[in-house]
Design a binder for this molecule. Structure first.
Ligand SMILES: Nc1ncnc2c1ncn2[C@@H]1O[C@H](COP(=O)(O)OP(=O)(O)OP(=O)(O)O)[C@@H](O)[C@H]1O
Length: 365
């Protein structure tokens, strides 16, 4: 039997403009059924606009939005099999918890006893089975957040859109909810599209992350791929902490930076092509100055609980961030070592679109 690989949601060449301001530029996105996806990017990059376009609250200026293979650009929001959990929860303050969850079902004229069963089940899913009769003003922020999720899940959507649903919670509750949401998604097996500007949250929760900036998706991939192989300076900087150092690709598997040559794992660039080299702070080991592949001078350090964050400078005045379990002496030189596969070489100003364009040109030749 053929496996259905059609994406549940597909966006092709979607743009959105408000007057002169283009807030989405040629968005292409495929979401498979049953996976946890995250849109990650800074404030104002267009994450919410993508969610609203999928939900049917905003019309795309151009391009197509598909649900299960059908174009849904003109389908009203209430007829889409998609529900949204909003950042501010948007609960009805004059209704109790159960009434809030029941609201959408009543609107769809679902029979009363079915409503009761489904509401109870949805409340149990988010561990609020006993709080149905409480007023919204009588529950905590974290519980309100769960009501908002229950209210969306009770509609049995195929896709759940979550717009920064954890941003109002304190750090501890936020971590707990990350686990719970991930667990819920896996148990229900529906597609989640989650929006955040918190890279740690995105890395912890997602099957796949789309990193956005200024209305564009710069890179999509698994958390490990995006962390280990950032496509450009922006992604490297946005996902985790990085040392990004200017360099030159001498030939395949050989790169130069800070005036020295290093073996690396990258290939396929022009000889002597100008590049940027990414080295993660946790991939650098400190050794005696005369044994290092590079020598840097320690400027300052902070104790971060399970490691020391050390700031140092090389002779070209590049700043180096190093994570070490041992402290270093400020003002003193230290040696840094790293493995060839810890060096990640990036082309300058690389984006997936630019890469794809190059590939197409290559295929046409
Ligand atoms: N109705 C509107 N009219 C004009 N501009 C809008 C409108 N809605 C959004 N924008 C603009 O579109 C851009 C993208 O907004 P969007 O809300 O999608 O960003 P975001 O990535 O979700 O940001 P945040 O993380 O702050 O919520 C912003 O510059 C915003 O000001």
């Amino acid at each position: 039997m053929a496996v259905n690989t059609q994406p549940i949601i597909r966006l092709t060449n979607v743009t959105k403009s408000y007057g002169e301001h283009q807030v989405l530029k040629n968005i292409n996105l495929d979401l498979e059924a049953g996976k946890f996806y995250t849109l990650l990017g800074p404030s104002g990059c267009g994450k919410t606009t993508i969610l609203r376009t999928i939900a049917g609250f905003t019309d795309a200026t151009s391009g197509q939005v598909y649900f299960d293979g059908q174009v849904i650009n003109t389908l009203p929001a209430n007829q889409r099999q998609v529900n949204t959990v909003f950042q501010d929860y948007a609960l009805f303050p004059h209704m109790n918890v159960a009434e809030n969850v029941a609201f959408g079902l009543k609107l769809h004229k679902v029979p009363k006893d079915e409503i009761e069963t489904r509401v109870q089940k949805a409340l149990a899913m988010v561990q609020l089975a006993d709080l149905g009769e409480r007023e919204i003003s009588e529950i905590s922020g974290g519980q309100q957040q769960r009501v908002a999720i229950a209210r969306a899940l009770v509609m049995q959507p195929k896709v759940l859109l979550l717009d920064e649903p954890l941003s109002a919670l304190d750090a501890k509750l936020r971590k707990d909810m990350q686990y719970e949401l991930r667990d819920l998604q896996q148990r229900l097996g529906i597609t989640f599209l989650f929006v955040t500007h918190d890279q740690e949250e995105a890395l912890a929760m997602s099957d796949e992350i789309f990193v956005m900036n200024a209305g564009e998706i710069l890179q999509g991939g698994s958390p490990v791929d995006i962390y280990d192989e950032p496509i450009n300076h922006f992604v490297a900087n946005f996902i985790g902490e990085s040392n990004i150092i200017p360099g030159k690709m001498l030939k395949d598997f050989e790169v130069e930076f800070v005036g020295k040559q290093f073996e690396c794992a990258d290939a396929g660039m022009q000889p002597n092509e100008a590049v940027e080299v990414v080295l993660r702070p946790e991939d650098l080991d400190i050794v005696a100055a005369n044994q290092g592949k590079l020598v840097v001078t320690v400027d300052s350090q902070l104790f971060r609980g399970n490691y020391f964050e050390i700031v140092a400078y090389d002779t070209d005045h590049n700043e180096w961030l190093v994570h070490s379990t041992n402290p270093a002496a400020e003002g003193e030189p230290i040696g840094l070592t790293f493995d060839p596969q810890d060096i990640h070489v990036m082309r300058l100003n690389e984006s997936e679109a630019a890469f794809d364009a190059r590939l197409e040109q290559y295929e046409d030749d």
